[in-house]
Design a protein around this ligand. Structure first.
Ligand code: BG6
Length: 360
């Protein structure tokens, strides 16, 4: 056997004064993202050596299929919006437990991306094997070095989040988003689907994310106070459009996973097709509105749920000064490029889930 040196240190697996691993790991998110970026952003250029693909090979990819479970699947949903939006490449996202049993049609030129923190999730590993059996090239986005998915994928892009002890993922999810941003930018550059100025602006915005997350984490008191008002809630809904829908899914999963409050996430435009009847007087609806071009649509969705008596907590960016007139309670996150809004908006939602659970 050949010895391999794993760079994680033992302190990283200690609580280090935090009450729970989940809280500690939430606080480690700026570092997890910075560590995922730093080996791959050199002098303002995205370089993903481990991808092992030159511009021509990237241009030959006709479709991407992202396969994962749980929060990694939600990171993949954001990946779809970002890859399609920046690199103009069609992307499908599938749950690994569905993909592996449905005899998927994978045409030549399809790149399959398997996302996993542990690199050991049985369905994700089986999906990887299925994709390889069908002749596809598989890229793993994995956190645990040397795990099964990392070993069996053709190429592996590690997320450098360090050991994640909490089952409810936070920092590994954030690092997965970071990996998708890098991939999308690299693909967009090779396909020339964005201008040099856009590339520069997007890369600059990426590098600001760790600092912006620090700022949100500093302000956790207001989220804790708000969470304490909802300890007895029985149902909580999350709504959003576009990338905000992907954040809604993850915010809702985080909450139900650890607080055991029933929660659902809905694409805001779909709410009226059934679910809105479940919203009653005082039901908390968390409305995500970080996307400028969808903002007016979200304002009308908020008005819709308010007519049914919902109490609306809106999460938007600091530029949207008029949200106070629409929602009952507003949480603001710093402004970033629309493609990266997920990385900032998820932080208050993780804190909300944590404090509601702690209070209960
Ligand atoms: C679930 C966890 O069991 O597995 C989720 O509760 C996680 O938090 C999911 O996202 C997938 O795990 P992994 O290791 O493949 O990312």
């Amino acid at each position: 056997k050949k010895p391999v040196h794993i760079v994680w240190d033992a302190d990283a697996a200690e609580k280090g004064g935090y009450e729970h691993f989940m809280l500690k790991e939430m606080y480690e998110q700026p570092k997890a993202i910075a560590d995922t970026f730093s080996p791959r952003i050199k002098d303002g250029q995205i370089v993903i050596e481990e991808l092992g693909m030159n511009d021509e090979e990237i241009r030959a990819v006709s479709k991407i299929v992202i396969v994962a479970c749980g929060s990694a699947y939600h990171a993949g949903m954001t990946g779809k919006y970002v890859l399609e939006g920046m690199a103009r490449i069609p992307v499908e996202v599938d749950l690994a437990s569905e993909f592996r049993y449905r005899d998927p049609i994978l045409a030549e030129g399809t790149l399959v991306i398997v996302v996993s923190q542990s690199g050991e999730t049985a369905d994700s590993l089986a999906a990887l094997r299925e994709a390889k059996k069908k002749g596809c090239k598989v890229l793993g986005i994995v956190n645990v070095v040397g795990s099964s998915i990392a070993r069996e994928a053709d190429k592996v892009m590690y997320t450098w989040a360090g050991p994640e002890i909490s089952v409810a993922t936070t920092k590994a999810y954030s690092a997965q988003l970071a990996a998708f941003y890098l991939l999308a930018l690299r693909f967009a550059e090779a396909k020339k689907s964005i201008s040099a100025e856009e590339y520069q602006e997007l890369t600059d915005s990426l590098l600001k994310l760790p600092q912006q997350i620090e700022e949100i984490l500093k302000d956790r008191g207001c989220i804790q106070r708000f969470a304490n008002r909802y300890l007895a809630a029985e149902h909580i809904f999350f709504i959003g459009r576009g990338i905000d829908y992907a954040i809604s899914l993850e915010g809702s999963l985080k909450l139900k996973e650890i607080s055991y409050i029933h929660s659902e996430a809905y694409a805001a435009g779909e709410l009226k097709h059934g679910t809105i009847s479940l919203i009653e007087d005082g039901t908390l609806v968390v409305a995500l509105a970080t996307q400028e071009q969808l903002y007016p649509k979200m304002v009308s969705n908020i008005a819709e749920v308010k007519t049914r008596g919902a109490f609306v907590m809106a999460l938007t960016n600091e530029n949207n000064k008029d949200m106070e007139q629409t929602a009952d309670y507003v949480i603001k996150v710093p402004k970033t490029n629309r493609f990266f809004a997920n990385s900032l908006a998820i932080i208050p939602l993780q804190l909300f889930a944590y404090y509601v659970s702690l209070g209960r």
